[in-house]
Design a binder for this molecule. Structure first.
Ligand SMILES: *Cc1c(COP(=O)(O)O)cnc(C)c1O
Length: 488
């Protein structure tokens, strides 16, 4: 291939004998490798590792990092993902040896501090959700959904109602919701949205019945709208014998303001890596704890931390569904969420949500004259525009608008989701951006709408300033090249 590489591959820079590290002097007797490792596990040939200096390694990774957009580089209005800034103090906290250097096999009495942190975090999440008992174990939001649904399934089974296998989900739901239902063997029953973007209550009435396991809902939903009928919805589902699952992946609008437990929900999951400020987006570790009502606590996966006088113990709940992860989950993510909650306090968390909602409403109102706003209501932490005017009038699609934003140094918003909005553009500014960033972004969005009229080609061929131009996304997903192969 003759393509110019963006970053010289470190493997190709290798110079025999060059080193970027120095090992300490050997202070134990030298033993031949063959005596330590059984022969069948030994390689015949040493692997072709690059031999490079420290400087070359630093340059390689720094250059790679500059090809990416991140929240440390610029605004990241990716709707539903809550790409807020993650305070650096969290990294200091997780680097403390009492957190970073402990081992899951350590006896309980030697890790009481870590267990106290887990216990308190569980209590904080219970308080924030208005529910009763927490497990921190699930490793992500979708994993929390799976866990919550397994708990619901165990509940129905214990009551002799294992035939309840239908889960009702609105058409605006996050894609993980129906996927999680399929994973536990539930049938998905879709409930349509009404003209205000909420659950169509009359339709819901017709969908519940003796086979209803429950309803899964995000509130505010993926349109960024709060469902005002939530108490009525909860009643309909409970009266039919079902339970309510709250997808709280993104709880950025409700902290200290509204509690899923008060709305009638029985199970909620949180994404610590969204609302509670753990860096995410690159596939790094996350956590999707679930909190449940009193009746469901007996089914939680274990071990969970219990407090016994002033001692903490790991226990398995009575009718536990078992483990859903190894050991105790992603502990350092808990430490970050704990630091985040403690550093804000109850008032601070409420302010986070109020600011997130204010930012979204400010931006929405500054853009709705030039981009179609299908649901023109006060939004919560995010809002959904449509590129339909630009499509109809200028032949420019939402994808082109998203790509053009990259030229201005912004990450694109979430596009073509939720599916109930044509040419959707889902924007979540978060609370951590200053007003100046919001204003700059608004200005650029307005400028792009102008360009759509005057020079649609500019948008259709965007991006122009990024290291790579428009990619063949289907091919990149289907035939990814993830390994470097040594040239022959
Ligand atoms: C992000 C998100 C999820 C999934 O969370 P993961 O940690 O990516 O599995 C589920 N529901 C909603 C509404 C989300 O925004």
């Amino acid at each position: 291939m003759t393509e110019r590489r963006l970053v010289p591959l470190i493997f190709e820079r290798s110079t025999p004998g060059r080193r970027g590290y120095r090992l300490p002097e050997l202070d134990v007797p030298e033993v031949p490798v063959a005596e330590l490792i059984p022969e069948e596990f030994l390689r015949e040939e040493a692997p072709a590792l690059p031999e490079v200096s420290e400087l070359e390694v630093v340059r390689h990774y720094t250059q790679l990092s500059r090809l990416n957009h991140g929240v440390d580089v610029g605004f990241y209005p990716l709707g539903s993902c809550t790409m807020k800034y993650n305070p650096r103090v969290h990294e200091d906290v997780t680097g403390m040896p009492g957190f970073a250097a402990i081992h899951p096999y350590q006896p309980e009495e030697t890790v009481q501090g870590a267990m106290e942190l887990m216990y308190n975090l569980g209590e904080y999440l219970a308080t924030i959700s208005g529910l009763h008992a927490t497990t921190l174990q699930p490793a992500a939001g979708a994993h929390g959904e799976l866990t919550g649904l397994l708990v619901i399934k165990a509940y129905h089974k214990k009551r002799g109602e294992d035939h309840r296998r239908e889960m009702i989900i609105p058409d605006s739901a996050h894609g993980t919701n129906p996927a999680s239902c399929a994973m536990v063997g539930y049938k998905v029953i879709e409930v349509p949205s009404d003209e205000r973007g909420g659950v169509n209550v009359e339709a819901l009435r017709g969908l519940v019945g003796p086979n209803t396991a429950g309803l899964m809902l995000t509130n505010p939903n993926t349109l960024g709208l709060f469902d005002e009928n939530i108490c009525e919805i909860a009643k309909i589902v409970h009266d039919a014998g079902g339970l309510l699952y709250y997808d709280g992946a993104n709880a950025n609008a409700i902290m200290g303001i509204a509690r899923p437990g008060d709305m009638g929900f029985d199970v909620v999951h949180f994404n610590l890596h969204k609302t509670f400020s753990t860096p995410h987006g690159g596939g790094g570790p996350g956590a999707g704890p679930i909190v449940v009502c009193k009746d469901l606590a007996q089914f939680l996966p274990g071990p969970v931390v219990k407090k016994d006088g002033d001692k903490y113990r790991f226990v398995m709940p009575e009718n536990s569904i078992g483990r859903v992860g190894s050991f105790y989950g992603n502990f350092l993510v808990y430490a970050k969420a704990y630091a985040y909650i403690r550093s804000h306090g109850p008032e601070g968390l409420r302010e986070v949500s109020e600011t997130a909602v204010l930012h979204a409403n400010y931006m929405m109102n500054k853009l709705k004259d030039i981009y179609h706003l299908p649901y023109d209501r006060t939004c919560m932490h995010e809002f959904v525009l449509s590129g339909s005017w630009q499509k109809d009038e200028n032949g420019v699609r939402t994808l082109d608008i998203a790509k053009r934003l990259l030229d201005h140094g912004y990450h694109a918003p979430t596009v073509y989701f939720p599916m109930v909005v044509d040419e959707a553009i889902m924007i979540e500014p978060t609370e951590t951006e200053p007003k100046s960033t919001l204003d700059e972004f608004i200005e650029v969005m307005r400028q792009i709408a102008e360009e759509a009229k005057e020079n649609p080609e500019l948008l259709k061929t965007a991006p122009h300033t990024t290291p790579l131009k428009r990619l063949d996304e289907a091919r990149a997903a289907r035939q990814p090249v993830l390994r470097w192969e040594k040239p022959e």
